[in-house]
Design a protein around this ligand. Structure first.
Ligand code: UDP
Length: 240
């Protein structure tokens, strides 16, 4: 595979990527390891926007399933993503990587609000911008937040780091015969309801022609390898 021609990417990590072997919350050693992966990606010369989920702390759907008001629970989930963003900011800055957190829910004691032009300036100056609180509205997820920021920041691709090394035709954790796709079209993902990101995020990427690259963030060095044209991943695009 040749080196992809990316200048600016959006990297989406699920909240679970910060959890390590714990069942819940933020494991500082794991966050430090993730920060090293992000730094290695930045050191390939890219501008990086980062979105981190909140599932390691709270998911609105889980709260709603236990009888909470869905919107209220979703706002709690958004607050969880701000904690994760601050944890990642701390870990990146300990590695000497300058960052800014911009949150879709304003919280001016701890971070900036989302201001697109200011974010662009940060990126130009070599800072990583961590976008927190998703789209800032309930009934969405951080996948949609990632797709939205990728579109408005003119990112060349959305890289989604998960615990699986790509998109399969069945759940590889359940079915040993599951086959990984190298490439896929957005339409096939939507038609076959393949688990890449939620449908609104996939549709936003399709309509704005932003490829989604799904890869495992658990393999050390994998992200930097993918950015250099190697590694294992699935690319979802309009060419797919
Ligand atoms: N959330 C929301 N709107 C958004 C982004 C997130 O309501 O724009 C809430 C939602 O409840 C979600 C939670 O925040 O479950 C955590 O985000 P997500 O589930 O996307 O995290 P991940 O699965 O990536 O860890």
């Amino acid at each position: 595979m040749s080196k992809p021609d990316y200048k600016r990417i959006l990297l989406k990590l699920s909240g679970e990527a910060l959890m390590g072997d714990q069942a819940f919350g933020i494991d500082p050693d794991t966050v430090a390891r993730m920060a090293e992966e992000v730094k290695a990606a930045k050191d390939t010369g890219l501008e990086i926007c980062l979105v981190i989920g909140g599932g390691n702390i709270f998911r609105g759907m889980a709260g709603a399933a236990k009888g909470m008001d869905r919107a209220q629970a979703d706002y709690m989930g958004m607050l969880a993503t701000i904690m994760n963003a601050l944890a990642m900011q701390n870990a990146l800055e300990q590695l000497g990587v300058p960052t800014r957190v911009q949150s879709a829910i304003e919280m001016d004691k701890v971070c900036e609000p989302v201001i697109r032009r200011r974010a662009a300036r940060h990126l130009e100056k070599g800072r990583i911008v961590i976008f927190a609180a998703g789209v800032g509205a309930p009934y969405f997820t951080t996948d949609s937040g990632a797709a939205l920021r990728a579109a408005e920041m003119n990112c060349d691709a959305l890289l989604k780091g998960t615990s699986v090394d790509g998109v399969y035709n069945a759940d590889p954790k359940q079915d040993v015969g599951a086959i990984r796709y190298d490439t896929l079209s957005f339409d096939k993902v939507l038609q076959d309801n393949l688990k890449v990101m939620d449908a609104s995020a996939v549709a936003l990427c399709r309509d704005n022609d932003i490829p989604i690259v799904v890869f495992s963030i658990r393999e050390q060095g994998n992200l930097a390898q993918i950015l250099s044209g190697g590694g294992i991943s699935t690319t979802v695009s309009n060419q797919g």
